[in-house]
Design a protein around this ligand. Structure first.
Ligand code: SAH
Length: 352
């Protein structure tokens, strides 16, 4: 595979342009074109010879949309294909204040969570910063008409969640570079405050992230109230204890001043009885955090059941009564199927 030009920051593109003997202002034209989601060969302000030279080294099109599924509620689910044929998925959720895109950070995942489809085939490879960014560039380009702003600033996507396939902190350097490039002024320019990074709780990397001082929304997948139960569905729990995760969250709060979030997927008979609600309140009460309850998307390869709606609201009520700030995540795009990795998994199965 060739290199990914969208990995480069504007300053790095300037260096590249000069090294190839072009005038410095070409970097701006190149950058603007790329940030508008154009292929190298589609940027009309650049000479053919220069574009051909770039394409010797870099992928002209790093990612293509293989399929889009439209939900009745406006949600769009994307299947993206990379230059090497690997597939990842993404979701675009449309809210009044803007569009939120859920991006993938790895092809597959090696964390092994029992409820998650992304992990079924293990980790295939990490995505590069530019490959992650390109998921957004492609979607922005498709929604040009809905965009805010002009030129390279034109964007439909205003919020990003790193909650697609992959464990972002298991691909730390590329994810950090992605965060730097996606927030860069003059580019896609999404404020870090509008970005949520979800992790299964890789504690040392959580400290590293906190020390970077990026004011994003840190979200930890908790899904249990004690280490033993957590390890039943999340193998990573054997490496990092809940107490250590909570300490890392506190450190994050100290460093960034931002409250943090917990995801808690409701799995029937596993983590959502009254005793679990009580334990969760005891664990988190008084902390600057918010709990997002998630309905389980049942994965057919796994034998876990979703909690019914009524019981889910009852669980939410118990958390609120116990003094926690909590919400039950609205279910969107249900008619187009699936959480993390389910679309890719079914595609791979059909095309075996
Ligand atoms: N690796 C990151 C991002 C994963 S996806 C992490 O672990 O946080 C975002 C959230 O969806 C996580 O909380 C994850 O545990 C949850 N999730 C994964 N599969 C799910 C499913 N089938 N149903 C409900 N939630 C799921």
């Amino acid at each position: 595979m060739k290199k990914i030009i969208q990995d480069l920051s504007f300053a790095e593109l300037e260096g590249l342009v000069l090294a190839l003997g072009e005038k410095k202002f070409r970097a701006k034209q190149l950058y603007e074109g790329l940030m508008q989601g154009k292929a190298i060969t589609q940027i009309s302000s650049l000479s053919k010879a220069f574009k051909e030279r770039l394409c010797e080294e870099f992928e002209d099109v790093p990612v293509r949309v293989k399929e889009v599924f439209h939900s009745a509620d406006g949600t769009e689910k994307y299947l993206f294909e990379y230059a090497d044929g690997n597939l990842v998925e993404g979701v675009l959720m449309k809210y009044k204040y803007g569009f939120t895109q859920c991006v993938s950070t790895q092809v597959g995942c090696r964390m092994g969570c029992k409820f998650c489809a992304s992990t079924l085939g293990g980790l295939i490879r990490n995505l590069t910063a530019g490959e992650i960014l390109s998921q957004i560039l492609v979607v922005n380009a498709l929604h040009k008409g809905d965009a805010n702003g002009q030129g390279a600033q034109a964007r439909a996507v205003t919020n990003v969640v790193l909650m697609g396939s992959g464990e972002p902190l298991d691909n730390y350097d590329e994810v950090l570079k992605f965060l730097s490039n996606v927030t860069a002024e003059g580019g896609v320019c999404i404020s870090a405050r509008n970005i949520s990074l979800s992790t299964c709780g890789i504690v040392p990397k959580m400290y590293r992230l906190a020390d970077e001082g990026i004011p994003l929304n840190l979200t930890v997948s908790l899904h249990a109230t004690d280490d033993e139960s957590r390890a039943r569905t999340m193998p990573v729990a054997k490496a990092y204890k809940i107490a250590e995760i909570l300490k890392a969250c506190e450190h994050y709060f100290k460093k960034t001043g931002r409250r943090y979030y917990f995801e808690y997927t409701l799995i029937e008979g596993e983590n959502c009885d009254e005793e679990h609600a009580k334990a969760l309140c005891q664990l988190l009460k008084g902390k600057p955090c918010h709990v997002n309850l998630i309905r389980l998307n049942e994965v057919k390869e796994r034998d876990l059941k979703a909690l019914g709606d009524k019981a889910a609201y009852r669980f939410l009520g118990m958390l609120e009564k116990g003094g926690l700030s909590a919400t039950l995540r609205r279910q969107i795009g249900v008619d187009i199927g699936g959480a993390c990795g389910q679309l890719r998994a079914s595609y791979l199965e059909e095309n075996k």
